[in-house]
Design a binder for this molecule. Structure first.
Ligand SMILES: C[S@@+](CC[C@H](N)C(=O)[O-])C[C@H]1O[C@@H](n2cnc3c(N)ncnc32)[C@H](O)[C@@H]1O
Ligand code: SF4
Length: 386
């Protein structure tokens, strides 16, 4: 039996499912935008969706909001103004809430971003990917490096002092030199946070069916290590597999995921995870993925595509899958607080991981060792249910 004595922090994720066009490497729930975006209809749908979810989080306060996509910067400030008015009327929002919006440099305009700022959006996540025009073109991006730099300069100019840049490495046409220039250019633009992902060929993408020519894996790893060193020297400390932040600028929203906190998932294809203290259970829920089906069904039970209660046998693995991504690991008591079971529930796997030199622990902290970070999949697999 679970025993939740308190509830974890609550975040809100809102998904915007359209992009100017679909990038060939992307497996997110994103669709080529129709000529006229159904902005008002979609905002109405997400408000209905949120209204339907409210009883599951009565009395709780939202600690962070993340508007992701797709390309949320396709929507006007007026649309988000209406959305935020409804959110504030429906659920308490912490006055210190981090509110992030994902932006694409190809759809980034000064007046609109100033308006976003005025609405209370206090963090941006800008999808740069690379500053190399040849790589950007091969990735099917709608922007070039000049637009990427301009977008970051605009973010500074309109007063965003907290923003992330997404970069990828292991790209078509990439060399040691261009990979280095991507990172040094990003650092020179002074974001507070950098996400640095290796390009993966995901099933259900064009790149998976028709793989592009990519640099060899061995040199890519060397570039990654050298560039991680550059990030560290510039004050961007790695705190998660792909995330680097200046002091106190870690993404609060993503930290809540990695700490196995709760989140409402609103919008087409969005996922949520909510703890219920009365029922002593945790439920995962996902929404209809197709934008039209989502808009047609939002506010009814049909909008729910899947709903699963996390079992006692899976929960240790699910927690570790998230928490071990953090280079500093997690405070040991967090397991009991967010899982509702004593840490002894996963003792066998913890011992094995420790014996293999993949993890270190004491009563205060559990964290992956350097070896554990390098072989994260091996480490996490130890926590799979029998
Ligand atoms: C949800 S996407 C949305 C960002 C925004 N729509 C954009 O692309 O400008 C978040 C980030 O995931 C990363 N990403 C997406 N597909 C990836 C892949 N196949 N391999 C590695 N990183 C990927 C990209 O850096 C991207 O910016
Ligand atoms: S713009 Fe971003 S979300 Fe849209 S298809 Fe490209 S990578 Fe995916």
């Amino acid at each position: 039996m679970f025993n939740f004595t308190a509830l974890p922090p609550l975040s809100l994720y809102i998904h915007v499912p359209w992009c100017v066009r679909k990038c060939p490497y992307c497996d997110f729930n994103s669709h080529k935008s129709p000529d006229k975006l159904p902005e008002d209809t979609y905002i109405d749908a997400i408000i209905r969706d949120l209204e339907q979810e409210i009883p599951s989080v009565w009395g709780r306060t939202v600690q962070s909001i993340f508007i992701g996509g797709g390309t949320p910067s396709l929507f006007s400030a007026e649309a988000y103004d209406r959305l935020f008015s409804s959110i504030r009327a429906l659920i308490p929002l912490s006055p210190h809430a981090e509110i992030t919006l994902e932006a694409n440099p190809g759809t980034f305009e000064a007046q609109r971003s100033a308006d976003y700022r005025d609405l209370g959006i206090n963090r941006l996540s800008i999808g740069i990917q690379s500053f190399n025009d040849q790589s950007l073109a091969a990735l099917g991006r709608i922007h070039d490096s000049k637009q990427a730099i301009k977008a970051v300069e605009t973010a500074h100019k309109v007063g965003f002092d907290n923003f992330n840049l997404d970069l990828m490495f292991g790209l078509p046409h990439q060399t040691e030199k261009t990979a280095r220039i991507d990172v040094t250019t990003a650092i020179a633009l002074e974001p507070s946070h950098i996400s640095y992902y290796q390009l993966t060929l995901e099933p259900n993408t064009l790149f998976y069916q028709h793989p592009p020519t990519l640099p060899d894996e061995d040199p890519i790893i060397d570039w990654q290590i050298a560039n991680q060193q550059r990030l560290a020297e510039a004050g961007y400390r790695q705190y998660e597999v792909s995330a680097y932040a200046r002091k106190n600028k870690q993404s609060q929203h993503n930290l809540n995921y990695w700490h196995f906190g709760d989140y409402l998932g609103i919008g087409a294809g969005a996922h949520g995870k909510i703890t219920d203290a009365a029922k002593q259970s945790i439920t995962r829920r996902s929404k209809q993925k197709q934008p039209q089906t989502y808009m047609d069904t939002a506010g009814t039970s049909t909008v729910i595509l899947s709903e699963d209660i996390i079992s006692k046998s899976d929960i240790g693995f699910e927690f570790m899958l998230n928490a071990l991504r953090l280079t500093d690991g997690f405070p040991t008591p967090l397991f009991y607080q967010h899982v509702g079971l004593p840490i002894s529930h996963i003792n066998q796997a913890l011992e094995q991981a420790e014996q293999q030199g993949l993890l270190e622990r004491n009563i205060h902290l559990i964290r992956p060792t350097e070896k554990g970070q390098r072989y994260l999949n091996v480490l996490i697999e130890l926590f799979l249910p029998e």
